[in-house]
Design a protein around this ligand. Structure first.
Ligand SMILES: NC(=O)c1ccc[n+]([C@@H]2O[C@H](COP(=O)([O-])OP(=O)(O)OC[C@H]3O[C@@H](n4cnc5c(N)ncnc54)[C@H](O)[C@@H]3O)[C@@H](O)[C@H]2O)c1
Length: 306
């Protein structure tokens, strides 16, 4: 069966379809635009070869789990933490491959061995990330490590995948940055700077290769209830905790964003408003952020109000 609408055009996410029309995509029939839109993740992920880094837990694990549920042909889950990765993959049915994303040779090996076993990678989710508290006093070696995990990992993935994806005329890079990459991060200079770099890299890739079939999305959540935010035993008091969402909610936003091929994926929609405020009056935004910084200094668990 040819893909398309039974009565009209091939569906795009922004087409408004009468509920009586049926969309046919990959041989599957959808009875309405809403149904097709809800299943957009299936259109994007079903039957696809997917890799997710930093997926032994947290957001990466939620992404891997969701992609498997949506019918990906294979989800290769990768992490530096071998033990947690093995346990997680056994639970969710992903294929484990240990890799340290700060090593280009290990990122290359993750890509090459996945493609040798399963065929071309359709969707590569560069998700591993870390934080480190402090400002300019942080030692270079620690700052560099955050830079390696939060930025260079995306560069290594792009360096080894963009030539293949543009040669095929298709391929998708999903890079996890953070709302800190478009706003800032109270209490962590290294996180703020490296996440801005991650957003800049994704923008550049989209501008440079978007017309050659490369799709790029950048994921920019605010607080998410993971170890990174809450600490190993959930002990960390953080101003983002009151508004934090579950990793599964991030995965939900991701599949919707991928279906729309939206560059900026914001699981917390209010981040778009904060970006608008920042762009429309930078000095006012900075004054507001200083007030937030002062409140956080007094009470680290204070709820965020901007
Ligand atoms: N949790 C939040 O509030 C939040 C908000 C915005 C963005 N993010 C981003 O989401 C991504 C996932 O973070 P999370 O919240 O799920 O944290 P997490 O700590 O639960 O998971 C991060 C995973 O990355 C792995 N990892 C760390 N260093 C690695 C390396 N060198 N190579 C391979 N894997 C490595 C860890 O072992 C861990 O399994 C990160 O990029 C993070 O910056 C998180």
């Amino acid at each position: 069966m040819r893909d398309g609408l039974r009565e009209a055009n091939v569906p795009r996410c922004h087409d408004s379809l009468a509920t009586t029309r049926q969309a046919v995509v990959d041989g599957d029939v959808y009875n309405s635009h809403a149904e097709w839109r809800r299943s957009g993740e299936i259109v994007r992920v079903k039957g696809k070869v997917v890799v997710v880094t930093g997926s032994a837990r947290g957001i990466g694990r939620a992404l891997a789990e969701r992609f498997i549920r949506e019918g990906a042909a294979v989800v290769v889950a990768s992490d530096i933490d071998q033990e947690s990765l093995a346990a997680s993959c056994a639970e969710i049915g992903a294929t484990p491959q240990v890799a340290d994303v700060t090593s280009e040779s290990q990122v290359k090996d993750l890509i090459d061995s996945t493609e040798a076993r399963h065929g071309p990678i359709d969707l590569f989710c560069s998700n591993a990330g870390i934080s480190h508290p402090g400002g300019p006093e942080v030692a270079d070696v620690d700052f560099e490590h955050v830079f390696d995990v939060n930025y260079r990992s995306h560069l290594y993935a792009a360096r080894n995948l963009v030539p293949k994806m543009t040669a095929r005329g298709e391929g998708y890079l999903l890079n996890t940055a953070s709302a800190a990459g478009v706003l800032t991060q109270i209490g962590s200079l290294a996180y703020a700077v490296t996440k801005h770099a991650a957003v800049a890299l994704a923008e550049w890739l989209s501008v440079s290769y978007g017309d050659r079939g490369l799709k790029v999305s950048v994921l920019c959540p605010q607080g998410v209830r993971t170890r990174l935010l809450l600490g190993e035993r959930g002990e960390r008091d953080n101003f983002l905790t009151p508004g934090a969402i579950e990793p599964s909610e991030v995965a939900e936003a991701v599949v919707a964003g991928l279906a729309d091929e939206r560059f900026l994926i914001l699981p917390h929609p209010e981040v778009a408003e904060y970006m608008r405020r920042k762009a429309s009056d930078y000095d006012r935004w900075l004054r507001g952020m200083r007030r937030l910084q002062a409140r956080v200094r007094e009470n680290p668990g204070t709820a965020m109000k901007t």
